[in-house]
Design a protein around this ligand. Structure first.
Ligand code: NAP
Length: 337
């Protein structure tokens, strides 16, 4: 049997292009005992994948050149050599960017989205949603009347961060790129305020949107957005450092002169900056996340948006675009219906 897969053709320096990916036909075996054969339905495209394309030292191993691009998928079980799964079951697994895969059943999880579409298992009810939940619960800890700022606010992490802030009684201020995303954050997600980071007056508009300063800044992007938020941080502000997407294509950018001023502010304003990778919180909080957020998503009390691209062959372009903000909502590739 054959699977179609997208492999890493070469390592990019700077922004990746289509030449860094290649489609290959991969031979796969029938599943043995303890394995399942999966037909991929949805592939999640996530910013962390840019890191896997690089062999710079990181918290996770890089994808080898010629290896299948890493990624989580929602799949249908088509053959099973495990009593835990039967054909027709909907599961999630790290199959990578491909159409079919044989996986060890121990590395496959049943999907429970409480009646919400199964695609949400890769977004608001999956890893990105859990990242927002864990980062806010453990580090952000918003309180009533505080101001919480988050960028990439229309995306799966940022949109849930803001909604969790409002549920805690805090003011949510979103930062997003362009009018359509800003309108969505204000009108559909009902954030208290939104600022467009592409606006020429971004710095002063952000300052006006935060008249009492910033108590929690959930850092998703870095770059010029961090520069604008940093002076607004209040005494004892908390900064869950979740992602730095503005810097992924150019990790050394602007790092040279900032450190002394940053350290001085951390000391003078007693700031808490704490980096995290969501996996750190899985054991302690994943169950609680699903039980708390699942029913809220299914009953539309928590809102989310998906940006679905059709066909595995379109995954590289969609991924490349996401790194400069072309996605609008959780980016997914529909591999099969
Ligand atoms: N620590 C963890 O465990 C963990 C887990 C998941 C995700 N993350 C991180 O969380 C962040 C958000 O992830 P997501 O999946 O929710 O992504 P997303 O919002 O679906 O997509 C990324 C968004 O980042 C914004 N962006 C891209 N380049 C930018 C720039 N130069 N300046 C400002 N904004 C820029 C764009 O939104 P706009 O057009 O609105 O600017 C883009 O749509 C990423 O940094 C990701 O790496 C971390």
């Amino acid at each position: 049997m054959r699977s179609s897969a997208i492999v890493l053709a070469s390592r990019p320096t700077g922004a990746p292009g289509p030449e860094h990916f290649r489609t290959e036909a991969i031979e796969i075996n029938e599943p043995h005992e303890g394995e399942v054969l999966l037909r991929v339905l949805y592939l999640s495209l996530d910013p962390y994948m840019r890191g896997r394309m690089s062999d710079a030292k990181s918290y996770a191993k890089p994808v080898p050149v010629g290896g299948i691009m890493e990624g989580e998928t929602v799949c249908e079980v088509t053959q099973s050599g495990s009593p835990e799964f039967k054909p027709g079951d909907i599961v999630r697994a790290m199959t990578g960017w491909c159409t079919h895969a044989v996986m060890d059943a121990k590395r496959v999880r049943h999907v429970n989205t409480y009646g919400a579409p199964i695609s949400t298992a890769l977004g608001v009810l999956g890893m990105p949603g859990f990242t927002a939940y864990g980062g806010m619960k453990v580090i952000g800890q918003p309180r009533a009347s505080e101001t919480v700022v988050v960028a990439a606010a229309s995306g799966p992490v940022g949109s849930l961060v803001g909604q969790l802030a409002m549920r805690a009684g805090a003011r949510a201020v979103g930062i997003a790129g362009g009018k359509d995303k800003c309108d969505y954050v204000k009108d559909a997600l009902r954030f208290d305020a939104v600022v467009d980071h592409r606006s020429a007056d971004f710095v002063s508009e952000l300052s006006r949107a935060c008249p009492d300063g910033v108590d929690v800044y959930f850092e998703n992007v870095g770059g010029h957005v961090w520069d604008a938020v940093f002076p607004l941080l209040n005494q004892y502000a908390r900064v869950p450092v979740c992602g730095l997407i503005a810097q992924y294509n150019d990790p050394g950018k602007g790092e040279q002169d900032r450190l002394p001023a940053t350290m001085s502010a951390i000391l003078r304003r007693s700031l808490l900056l704490r980096g995290f990778i969501n996996t750190e919180f899985v054991e302690r909080y994943y169950e609680a996340f699903q039980q708390e957020i699942g029913p809220l998503v299914a009953s539309a009390q928590i809102k989310y948006r998906e940006d679905i691209v059709d066909g595995l062959e379109n995954a590289p372009d969609a991924f490349i675009g996401m790194l400069s903000g072309s996605n609008f909502g959780k980016l997914l590739v529909r591999i099969s219906h």
